[in-house]
Design a protein around this ligand. Structure first.
Ligand SMILES: [Zn+2]
Length: 99
């Protein structure tokens, strides 16, 4: 048996493999400090398994600014103009040109 122990945080739903490997539900694996910075520090419920400062260790700058695909929020896509607006613009330009 060479399986590493995997703990699942009942609050965050994140898996922690071994000592310091956090398996996020999306994106690449990170460290406990990354998990804490991004998730656990905002959670005020008891039961989160990633609140032990000793285990978390030092927070690294790239724990905050990681890979873009790790971020829960993606930049908003430009929404296409509503059809009614397009039509009214067409009608306006037609009215102006035929005077
Ligand atoms: Zn947690």
């Amino acid at each position: 048996m060479s399986e590493k122990s995997i703990e699942v945080c009942p609050i965050c739903g994140v898996k922690i493999e071994g000592e310091n490997k956090v398996l996020f539900s999306a994106g690449s694996p990170g460290s406990r400090s990354r998990l804490w910075v991004r998730v656990c520090q905002y959670i005020k419920k008891t039961g989160c398994i990633n609140q032990d400062k000793k285990a978390i260790g030092e927070i690294q700058p790239n724990d905050y600014y990681g890979d873009v695909e790790d971020l829960p929020l993606s930049p908003p896509k430009p929404t296409p103009k509503p059809l009614t607006e397009v039509v009214s613009e067409m009608l306006e330009s037609r009215g102006n040109s035929s005077s």
